[in-house]
Design a protein around this ligand. Sequence first.
Ligand code: HDD
Length: 731
Amino acid sequence: MAGLRSFLVLFASLGALSAAQCPYGHTSARSESETLEKREAPPPTGEHFIDQFVVNDTNVYLTSDVGGPMEDQNSLVAGDRGPTLLEDFIFRQKITHFDHERVPERAVHARGAGAHGVFESYGDFSNITAASFLSKAGKKTPTFTRFSTVAGSRGSADTARDVHGFATRFYTDEGNFDLVGNNIPVFFIQDAILFPDLIHSVKPQQDREIPQAATAHDSAWDFFSQQPSCLHTLFWAMAGHGIVRSFRHMDGFGVHTYRFVTDDGKTKLVKFHWKTLIGKASVVWEEAQALAGKNADFHRQDLWEAIESGHGPEWEFGVQIMEEDDALKFGFDLMDPTKIVPEELVPVTKLGKMTLNRNPTNYFAETEQVMFQPGHIVRGVDFSEDPLLQGRIFSYLDTQLNRNGGPNFEQLPINRPVVPIHNNNRDGAGQMLVHANNAPYSPNTLNNGSPKQATQAEGRGFFTAPNRSVSGKLQRAVRSTFEKDYWSQPRLIFNSLVEQEQQFLINAIRFETSHIKSATVKTNVVKQLNKISNKIAKQVAEALGMTAPAPDSQFYHDKVTKGISTLGTPLLKLAGLNIGVLTSTKSIDAATVSTLKSAFKADGVNVKVVGESLANGIDLTYSAADATDFDAIVVAAGSSKLFDDPITQASSLYPAGRPNTIVLDAYRYGKPIAFVGNAKAAQQSIQIPSGPGVYSDLKGRFVSNSTYGGMNNRTREKRDAQAEDNSVDLA
Ligand code: HDD
């Protein structure tokens, strides 16, 4: 079985506070000096800060909302056959609460999943930032991260092609810092005032609310082709970054340029990065579409299961650091969120690591009620003049007032910081605190001037970078320093993809634009694409039945950059991936199933064994199993009869041809497939050609005869060299 594990190596190369510590300090009086001191983060182990709010319903009586024990299974009615009485407060309370269970979903990023985690600093970075969570090697800070798609509503499918949200809150010992980013390092537009236009264009058509969670329609591409700043983000989304294998398999970006500020006020311009430690991976479009019907919760489930199995995803957190004077040095304005700074020019300095290690206890209380804001920043981090960021600082608070019906949502368990809150904000719907200070204003003498003003020099107050200054006349226009070249960087992205990904990207645009009805929009799209690449424009035009345009070469170039390709980057870990072993219940025993599973366990790989029935330790029946359940498939010895003839050999326990369909779909979705022992006959009978990612049995051993579907040549060479050592003995 040791050999079995080595198959995985080959596959890899393919591709808390206690009650006394209440955050608001209202259960234990704190001395002034205590609250003004620098505070330590809550202990990273032991009780989680959210635990103090968790309700335990074990072995208790049901009560009303105001505490009296009662029964609530029958409403109070008059006589045997009479109507329900208005007096029935139990009925009214239960139904009223139910009627108000929903809050407005997020205007964008409505569909998402979240998890708690911990961030650990790699060092003392006080030379670049005063942020306390980066002040010491090994310092741990609790986090909560929510991943999302953008356009779809709350019930839409996870695998819709879309930009993915990657929002993380650091519960630091100096307050909450939210990094509300995406898995794509750029954004569609340069000015927040265009956000409603962008979102109205990508959301479903106004009259029939179709299509859901999709940009394959006229208005989206009308906007994209009229607003060419969209093209760069669009190219990332049309490549694999729009259809990720899981949230774990994607990087994250702060997108905007921010500032780091030191205690003495020195500033640097920074761009934030999250780099996945599992490796980037995406699915192919055919599988994403199948998943949208077969398992709309695919990403949510993957995240949940990875954390439950102890293989919580990890990311390294880093920054590209640039000087204030460098703002225009790279050929564009660093305040322009439609541009990346290639890592060849400014490498990413790694600052720490985040591990997600705890699933929410209650989806609504935590994931739905978490209110991220780009405006939640801490001492040591400051904004930049990026007009998109400036607008976001307003929008999130505004939309959250709408979602929560008042300003006290920051007091909800998932939103409150892990440090005490002292200020003169008062009252409002849902106020949860009992403020004792009778002088809720500053300056005051009646409460000895407290809460005191914390400044840069005293009380470790937040401060805006002293270097920031502006001058000039008021204007309503695109900034003169914003590059008018919207095409060179999308071309850079395209050039940096491996060949198969380039074709996937073109196919994605072909799919989307084939849904456009307006001839004008189609023409405009092809014109824009032609400014990026004539090859792309030609291939799209061909699918649309249009004449291919002549090259418009002003922005053509051959440069490439790293960090863009998904298929060209080997996976770094296998944890949480699923292998399906197709077998026959008749030819396998429970001991073999169990040995198979434990052989993969050390790598965190789940093995699901598929058979005709659930006897002998089989996990899934052929009726229930689907290619989308697995990242790789092993057609095991003993199963070959199931593949011989879908009609005559089909078991009455599953629909005719089902095993064949699973293997064929896996092949179409680019998953590695291995045929073991006498299953080689199955490969012949279902006519899967040997080639990239298809492994066949040679002398009882597996040898790679090529690569994971979609691998590029560079990694293929390396992998083929490893093949001899990666033989597997499964038969
Ligand atoms: Fe936004 C939510 C990311 C531009 C307005 N945005 C939201 C979320 C993410 C982002 C990840 C979901 C947070 C969560 O999980 O709760 N948004 C971005 C990024 C942007 C961006 C990376 C550009 C760099 N957003 C942007 C602009 C505006 C908004 C320009 C408005 C002017 N975004 C919103 C919002 C949302 C939101 C409507 C919906 C729910 C919420 O804020 O709390 O206000």
